[in-house]
Design a protein around this ligand. Sequence first.
Ligand SMILES: [Zn+2]
Length: 414
Amino acid sequence: LENFIFILLLVIVVIFKLFDLVLETLNKKARNREVPAIVSDIYDHENYEKMKRYYQDKAKLNFPFKWLSFILLVLFLGFNIIGYVAAFTQDVTNHIILETLVFFGIIMVIPFVLRVWQSYRLTFIVESKYGFNTSTKKQFVQDTVKRFFLNLLLGGGFIALIAFLYSATGTAFVVISFIVISFIMIMINLFYVKLFVPLFNTLTPLENKTLKAKIEALVQKEHYTIKHLYVMDASKRSKKVNAFFSGFFKTKTIVLFDTLIDALEDDEILAILAHEMAHDRHKDILKSMFTSFVQLFVLLGLFYLFLRVDYFFLAYQLDTFHLGLMMFIFMIVLNPLTLLLSIGFNYLSRKAEYKADCYAAKAVSKDAIIHALKVLSRKNYANLTPHEAYVFVHYSHPPVSHRIDFIKDECDGN
Ligand SMILES: [Zn+2]
């Protein structure tokens, strides 16, 4: 059975790599499809070719990194490197929290370095070449250092917490962990904009007086109260355009990128704002939080059962239980389930996007939201012809042509 498990994990990793390759290839081929008529005015010919080259360059740059992390994982599993690392950490300490932290500390070093290197090359080679990047190398270093410590704090904190709960709660592990982790998730969602966004960006109240008056009129017409509305200085890193809604209860916040305000006309900004308001009106954040809780409970339950099966650590030639190793293997064994769950999440999210677009069409106008979506697509180099299978698996937002079709045919408003 140990041998079977050892091979099974490698098989899962390889199947997922193949699955990824198939989707990427389909999506790449779909880029040569004819552009749907409804979105044919987003790019002129020259920009459309440029957009395609952007994706080609990006794929070319990502290619070695993707293969390298795949090969690394296969080596880690196939040559039982994770088993050696686990045994080593057992020699160093027998304190369960330390042992787990040291284990992940060691195996995360190379992936972390790879990710920073990839992101550096992506930012200063591809994003710069196509005029998206506005950040400096100094800023990149600052961001990386901040992100490193944030990951260390949150990721390390999470691992330590699981190790602590595992050693301290016994059979109540699932229930107590569920309560503690749900509480932390709620806190992070509540204070995301207050706590995490300011580490990287500055939020300022909207200054443009005419726009502000129009927003107030819209909000009043919709009988809505915006708790917090901020403009974020996204332009210091990239010219890409976006907006988002975050938080619940008293921390509900709508954030508009400064690049969005520069790129759109006032009524288009209103349409985007109405779209974000709709996410609140439709309780989209609460719904997705609720689904995450269900998911968390199921995962914790499975994890608890998984930890009882000695064959998993025996498969990696350890003679005693190792929590870190078990967590690592669990994540791989769980890959098929995580994939299904994320497909489900994305499906629900796409449905919520259509509904939010309709709300914006009704509150402002169909033309305003449609035009806003077109400008956003042009400014962000949106792919107009993604493959259906790729969308089904990876897209949290529907392709822009589907969104515009839906607004025209299915939404009320004029
Ligand atoms: Zn949305």
